[in-house]
Design a protein around this ligand. Structure first.
Ligand code: ZN
Length: 358
């Protein structure tokens, strides 16, 4: 038998707010096609409600942090552009950049959309009037999580929305504007080496981009093979870092429809690399889009499997900040998150004696 008894979990801190709700773009463009936008305001609410109802968390309100944490990771001009562009938009508008930039020239176009294109690698991160405030609040949620860790919490859940792991130094895309997880990892790195484990379905191109030349922040990602999954242009196994960061980037691409046993084999490799790195803190980019019912993904985890994933992560003897990334099967988000947080409790050091019978 794998487990004798479930541990009664301590309620872990859950940092959240409702500021993101007005950021609600309705459409996105992928490969020239227009789709409904799946990254909706209900996502964190469904997770929060399930975790509160199960008694697994205690709520913590985010506190305001100045822009230094964002500007240490992103181009300050990019942050200023996102802030300024959002204030220019009509409250009902959803601005999809008409182009995408790879080799950028000058930022002088009179049209706001074209200027947005300068700062976009895709057309799937629309700007709305409420986007900057939501994205900036998500950073505050992550950094408040860091503060709570520093006060001694072993596990903290930062319920960030919009997500962040696709956001690069000066480019938005993939529903992401500011890279919440890297901003948190960067803040934590002031106290020693930090590891970033990305278990979202998609490769965190932004997180890799931002940490690729760093030896003090290890990036490890399990994700769908980029040959068939977004973003497609990053996430291969031979991307191992550059310069001082050589050897501190580990990609573990997975074939379509990977189920839990093969997933755990890869996760064991990831956790082994993190243990070898011996970090002082771990940030987990936590996506639930590896769920078999996710509408934009094709991996094969069940809701309960997230508990087994969390057990492996919780066996790492290091404080952990779990930062929400993707996950779009709305009817499965709550139960998946509850299984995950329960798994954090189950994965800690085994009980010396069984708990009393109910
Ligand atoms: Zn994702």
């Amino acid at each position: 038998m794998r487990r004798i008894a479930r541990r009664v979990p301590l309620a872990i801190p859950l940092v959240w707010s409702d500021v993101h709700r007005d950021h609600a773009p309705t459409l996105q463009t992928v490969d020239g096609q227009v789709y409904d936008h799946p990254e909706v305001p209900d996502r964190p609410r469904l997770i929060r409600d399930a975790l509160v109802q199960a008694g697994l968390v205690r709520s913590v309100a985010p506190t305001a942090h100045d822009d230094a944490g964002v500007d240490a990771v992103h181009d300050p001009a990019y942050r200023a552009f996102v802030r300024g562009a959002c204030t220019e938009l009509d409250p009902r508008a959803s601005l999809i950049p008409p182009r995408i930039s790879f080799d950028r020239g000058v930022l002088r176009h009179p049209d706001l959309g074209m200027r947005a294109s300068y700062y976009a690698f895709g057309q799937d991160a629309p700007l709305t009037r409420a986007t900057y405030r939501a994205a900036r609040e998500a950073v505050d949620i992550a950094l408040t999580g860091v503060d709570v860790m520093r006060q001694g919490a072993g596990d903290v859940f930062a319920l960030c929305r919009p997500p962040g792991h696709h956001a690069e130094h000066a480019r938005m895309g993939g529903f992401c504007y500011f890279n919440n997880a890297v901003i948190a990892a960067h803040a934590l790195s002031a106290g020693g080496r930090a590891a970033l484990l990305d278990v979202d379905y998609h490769h965190g191109n932004g997180s890799q981009h931002l940490t690729y030349e760093r030896a003090d922040v290890l990036y490890v990602s399990l994700h769908a093979d980029p040959r068939y999954a977004y973003p497609g242009f990053s996430g291969a196994a031979d991307e191992r870092g550059r310069g001082a960061g050589q050897g501190f980037n580990l990609n573990l691409p997975l074939p379509p429809h990977t189920r839990i046993e093969a997933y755990l084999d890869a996760l064991d490799r990831a956790c082994g690399a993190i243990a070898d790195f011996d970090p002082r803190a771990l940030v987990v980019s936590l996506g639930f889009d590896t769920h078999e019912e996710d509408p934009i993904a094709i991996l094969g985890l069940t809701s309960q499997d997230f508990g087994r994933v969390a057990e492996r992560i919780a066996a790492l003897p290091v404080p952990r900040l779990h930062v929400l990334e993707g996950g779009y099967a709305l009817h499965r988000l709550g139960e998946s998150a509850a299984a995950y947080v329960q798994g954090l409790a189950d994965g800690r050091a085994p009980l010396r004696e069984p708990p009393p019978s109910p």
